[in-house]
Design a protein around this ligand. Structure first.
Ligand code: SF4
Length: 88
């Protein structure tokens, strides 16, 4: 469920204070903060979480600019995983 990690707390490098995961996943007009993967990758399975709760287009809108290379790789991974799931 999309609220699964909402109560987890992290220190936000942009705000300089602590925020809950819910803040990170809804920051950009109900879409995730573009740094969500970088901030959360060591805490939760963020790639899996995003692929389960957001469409590829939503993620591209939310995450793509301006740090593209690394995110593109992850987004491609997510898309492939989705395709594999759809085919299987
Ligand atoms: S994902 Fe965004 S809002 Fe959340 S901690 Fe990182 S920079 Fe801050």
């Amino acid at each position: 469920m999309i609220e699964a990690y909402d109560s987890l707390i992290i220190r936000c490098p942009q705000l300089g204070g602590e925020v809950p995961f819910k803040y990170c996943r809804t920051l950009s007009e109900e879409l995730p903060c573009r740094k969500i993967i970088i901030c959360w990758e060591f805490r939760i399975e963020i790639g899996k979480y995003l692929s389960e709760h957001f469409s590829f287009d939503q993620l591209q809108t939310a995450l793509a600019p301006p740090t593209k290379t690394r995110l593109e790789t992850i987004l491609e991974f997510i898309e492939k995983a989705k395709k594999t799931r759809e085919e299987g």
